[in-house]
Design a protein around this ligand. Structure first.
Ligand SMILES: O=C([O-])CC(=O)C(=O)O
Ligand SMILES: [Mg+2]
Length: 601
């Protein structure tokens, strides 16, 4: 066998030896890619370590999908895909980008919810960082252990409110991993530039603390003052190692204090308040148009007044104001309901700060205790579910919405699917097919014959953050934004609302087809960057003079594309070898070796 010299070189994707620690973002194990032609295997000294045939992507894909098909449960499929990501990161992302509709539910909501619930049991490999309360004072040195040098974005959770599933402690790690996988799949942020981060700050979940398999510390959750102290150190340590890093907060039980404290100091945002707010804004802009009712005639009941509820309501207030209403008029359209009933100023309990803005003053001392009472009182045109209470939008409530409205907006947004306030089929059937629907987790399409005897296939909207957070992150990275401003968040939702094709609009969709998400993310990214430019928080100021078309091309050229990445490895090794004048593979005009030329296509 011809031996190529081992060259000490730092290229982005060639790793001549396996890293001592392999995380999900490491391309090191792609060294064993069965698609590598023989000259690469020889260069990497993996020749002979994989089956001889250098196979094409279609063959690899066929095998992976067949193996996935052999897995009987969603968790088995989740684990299979996690292992694939570790073993061959580019192949994993090729597969995910080609099969977004089928695979995102397996690596993200809803299956990631079950994975987090069973993390202690299913854990197999390190895929992110865990930082404990005991590490305080030393966070910078622990962070120095992360093996990837160029991290551009991190997603952090303390596990205290994972989806609608409650406090799962460090078992929430599935969420940062899943979200960051979507940053890569949907917006092309390089896998090794992402850092999943879980804070081990104790858990209020007693069952977990008593579970012998639980891998976090067994202390009770630290106080909010202690958490603030910890986060102060963490934010400093992260930005010290990776200046300009974009920091996404995710699934904190009370996310408001950290957002307020850091939003003007660091490039950070909270996905549950701002990402959810923006993505629902995008769907609502389209649904309001389709409802035929002007903004000022809409009445919105929100079941759930937590971070997501208030985040969504705030974005829609902004939209109504941009449509010509005053702030008071806009705010007056909203009725927030929490566990104690309608949020009013005179309810007698101390309202959490974030609810005060929406507390009703016009209830004449009357209190409405249940969702049903509020709905009968308001007769809303918009029903939003952010309660994490599966099935509370009953057929009776849905039928009332259809009685009062030609096209009611029904948005059961809680995740995962088991927590959704209603499913798509129930909503379609009980509104005679007239609802404008979006849910947080995916539901199948539904075929239904309405009262006029027309049979149609109805398509559910998936109003999931995944349509916007990848673009918010990429836009912040590429514009080198010093902050993530409110206009950047609003711009992401507005861009999304404008991203539907005429064919999608005809099909009655509120959100673009998920298979187009990379295309959509480019538009979202550009609008986020434009908003950063207008707010003058961009440090990459040379981009301001670019036209939209130029900017889209510029963004696209910077997105990681797993399909071309594998060719890049071939080109890098090919050029390297020919520049050394050693035994080199024959190169074609475009730099791609002729030997096994089509193997990876
Ligand atoms: O992860 C998701 O699908 C959406 C989200 O942020 C949440 O439900 O907390
Ligand atoms: Mg979340």
């Amino acid at each position: 066998m011809a031996r190529y010299p081992q060259v000490s070189t730092q290229t982005r994707s060639v790793h001549a030896t396996a890293a001592p620690f392999v995380n999900h973002a490491s391309p090191a194990d792609a060294n064993y890619d069965t698609a590598n032609p023989s000259y690469i295997r020889k260069y990497l000294r993996t020749y002979g370590l994989t089956p001889p045939r250098a196979e094409g992507y279609e063959t690899q894909k066929t095998r992976c999908l067949a193996q996935l098909g052999l897995k009987n449960t969603p968790i088995d499929k989740f684990l299979y895909l996690s292992t694939l990501r570790k073993n061959n990161v580019h192949l994993f992302y090729r597969l995910v980008t080609d099969h977004l509709r089928e695979l995102t539910p397996l690596i993200y909501t809803p299956v990631v919810g079950e994975a987090c619930q069973r993390w202690s049991e299913i854990y197999q490999q390190p895929e992110g960082m865990y930082l404990s309360w005991e590490d305080r004072g030393n966070l910078a040195s622990v962070i120095a252990n992360w093996p990837q040098p160029n991290v551009e974005i991190t997603c952090i959770t303390d596990g205290s409110r994972i989806l609608g599933l409650g406090d799962l402690g460090i078992n929430g790690m599935g969420i940062p991993i899943g979200k960051l996988a979507l940053y890569t799949a949907c917006a092309g942020i390089r896998p090794e530039a992402t850092l999943p981060l879980t804070l081990d700050l104790g858990t209020s979940n007693k069952a977990l603390r008593e579970d012998p398999l639980y891998m976090g510390s067994r202390r009770d959750k630290i106080s909010s003052e202690e958490e603030r102290e910890f986060l102060d150190e963490l934010m400093g340590a992260l930005t010290e190692r990776w200046p300009g890093i974009v920091i996404q907060f995710e699934d904190f039980k009370n996310p408001f204090p950290a957002l307020e404290r850091y939003r003007d100091l660091y490039t950070c945002f909270n996905d549950d308040i701002q990402g959810t707010g923006a993505v629902i804004l995008g769907g609502v802009i389209n649904a309001v148009k389709r409802s035929g009712l002007p903004c000022k005639e809409h009445r919105a009941v929100f079941f759930g007044a937590g971070s997501a509820g208030v985040g969504v309501a705030r974005q829609i207030v902004e939209f109504f104001m941009r449509e010509g209403m005053t702030e008071d008029e806009a705010r007056n359209c909203f009725y927030l309901v929490d566990t104690k009933g309608l949020v009013t100023a005179d309810r007698g309990d101390k309202l959490a700060d974030h609810k005060v803005y929406f507390a009703r003053q016009d209830n004449n001392g009357e209190q409405y205790k249940t969702l049903e009472e509020v709905i009968d009182h308001v007769k809303p045109s918009i029903l939003m579910g952010l309660s994490t209470m599966g099935g509370v939008f009953t057929p009776e409530i849905l039928r009332k919405m259809a009685d009062w409205n030609t096209a009611p907006l029904i948005f059961p947004l809680s995740n995962p699917s088991s927590k959704s306030e209603c499913d798509f089929e129930t909503a379609v059937k009980n509104t005679d097919g007239r609802c404008l629907f979006a849910s947080g987790s995916p539901f199948p399409t539904c075929t239904f014959t309405n009262s006029a005897g027309e049979t149609r296939t109805y398509y559910p909207g998936q109003g999931n953050n995944m349509y916007v957070f990848p673009g918010i992150g990429l836009g912040s990275i590429l514009s080198k934004a010093v902050r993530v401003t409110d206009s950047m968040i609003y711009a992401s939702g507005e861009a999304l609302s404008q991203a539907l094709t005429s064919e999608e609009l005809e099909r009655g969709l509120l959100y673009p087809d998920i298979t187009r998400i990379r295309e959509v993310s480019i538009v979202v990214t550009r609008k986020v960057m434009r908003a950063a430019q207008e707010d003058k928080v961009d440090r990459e100021t040379a981009l301001r003079s670019m036209s939209d078309v130029e900017m889209d091309n510029w963004i696209k050229a910077r997105m990681y594309d797993p399909h071309t990445e594998v060719r890049a490895l071939e080109r890098e090794v090919g050029h390297l070898l020919s520049s050394l004048g050693t035994i080199s593979p024959p190169l074609t005009a475009n730099g791609s070796p002729t030997e096994e030329k089509n193997a990876k296509l």
